[in-house]
Design a protein around this ligand. Structure first.
Ligand SMILES: Cc1cc2nc3c(=O)[nH]c(=O)nc-3n(C[C@H](O)[C@H](O)[C@H](O)COP(=O)(O)O)c2cc1C
Length: 376
């Protein structure tokens, strides 16, 4: 399928599925346990329907906005995702960040990326940086200093990863470690994807380059997972707040009480998120929790949402229910795996088109005015 024939994110997902070796596709497409949260995240957007309004002057429309004060051409930012570099020749975070920059949308680099913060910032300009609370607080301080030096305007603290969960698709395929054990089936699967294999063999070696000097080997995920501090509390968020002078987003709020505590601890914004269903299973979808969380925080800061966002229409629904913007996880990974930089650009173009048309047909001229009035 050609890039210009991509109608929606599902089309990009289908190309990604064909181009990636099965375990790599399952790493981005799969989620925890029985994947109930993953499915609910997308399905529950269907519980909200638009009001079609006609004969409203929608001759000029704007979906430009700011997210924690950062300008964005539309109310989305790229969500942090680990190892996304491996989707297109090892260096793919640079490609994704470039596509986001050209489109005018913020990009968040995850600490588990292949390309380092410095490498992506040098190639694509200042980016947002995400990490988790680590046992070695010296390393947390170092990340903060590196983010300052790289002129990152926003830090994202992810709080949904106190320990690793389990993607059963990978368990069934026997791929639970890095580098994966190669069964005959896995080898055959890789052999059937020569494009991905040759790009990866020729590309940047897959490693966790933000952690150089803090691991036993370049792809030693064990050293990093051992660093996850599951004794961390809101006191640690207050501590991080005291170190970081710019915007701080706490990503991974799935309960109204935690939303309040995040703002009490100094967050500028939160993201309502269950880590795309990759951590807890059988928890409510992000979109179903959003109204409860909006009520709990009562305008104390911006509320973002991630989980299941696959279209510009999903973004508008989240905005109608109170979110400032959405973070795009799998949507950008499918684009990246399908066509590299061009695929992420295409995904953003698709979102913009879907948003623009839906705004016109709901009588909405400025996306910042989105409210429940556009929904039944
Ligand atoms: C393959 C993969 C890797 C991810 N890695 C990270 C990560 O390193 N840090 C993080 O905060 N979130 C990570 N996430 C979660 C995303 O940032 C986001 O919360 C989630 O993908 C949203 O759900 P969606 O992909 O269904 O839209 C990851 C998600 C996926 C699918």
């Amino acid at each position: 399928m050609k890039l210009e024939n991509m109608g929606n994110v599902a089309d990009l997902r289908e190309v990604a599925r064909r181009r990636l070796p099965r375990p790599v596709f399952d790493f981005i497409d799969g989620a925890a346990f029985a994947e109930k949260t993953l499915r609910a995240n997308t399905a529950d957007f269907g519980n909200h329907k638009f009001r079609q309004r006609v004969m409203v002057d929608v001759s000029s429309r704007s979906f430009a906005t700011t997210i924690v004060g950062q300008p964005s051409v539309m109310p989305v930012a790229i969500s942090p995702t680990g190892l996304s570099g491996m989707l297109w020749g090892g260096g793919a975070e640079v490609l994704a960040a470039r596509a986001a920059r050209k489109a005018g949308v913020p990009f968040t680099l995850g600490m588990m990326s292949v390309c380092s913060l410095e490498e992506v910032s040098a190639a694509a300009g200042p980016i947002w940086f995400q990490f988790c609370m680590l046992k070695d607080r010296g390393l947390v301080k170092l990340f903060v200093e590196r983010a300052k030096a790289a002129q990152s305007p926003v830090l994202v603290l992810t709080v949904t990863w106190p320990m690793s969960s389990r993607n059963n698709r990978l368990v069934r395929a026997g791929v639970t470690a890095l580098p994966p054990r190669m069964s005959a089936r896995t080898l055959l699967d890789f052999a059937l994807r020569p494009g991905w294999v040759s790009r990866t063999l020729l590309g940047k070696p897959i490693a966790f380059n933000n952690f150089v000097g803090h691991m036993r080997g370049p792809a030693d995920i064990g050293s990093i997972v051992a660093q996850l501090d599951n004794s961390a509390t809101w006191k640690d968020v207050e501590w991080l707040r005291s170190l970081w002078p710019h915007k701080l987003i706490v990503k991974g709020i799935g309960d109204p009480e935690d939303a309040r505590l995040a703002f009490d601890s100094g967050a500028d914004a939160i993201s309502v998120s269950n880590h795309g269903g990759n951590q807890i299973d059988d928890a409510p979808s992000s979109i179903s929790l959003l109204p409860l969380i909006m009520d709990a925080v009562g305008g104390r800061g911006e509320v973002l949402l991630d989980g299941g966002v696959r279209s510009g229409q999903d973004v508008l629904k989240a905005l109608a229910l109170g979110a400032r913007a959405c973070l795009l996880g799998r949507a950008h990974l499918y684009g990246l795996a399908a066509y590299g930089e061009a695929g992420v650009a295409k995904m953003l173009e698709i979102f913009a088109k879907e948003m623009d048309v839906t705004m016109a047909l709901t009588g909405l001229r400025d996306v910042r005015d989105a409210s429940r009035a556009i929904l039944w």
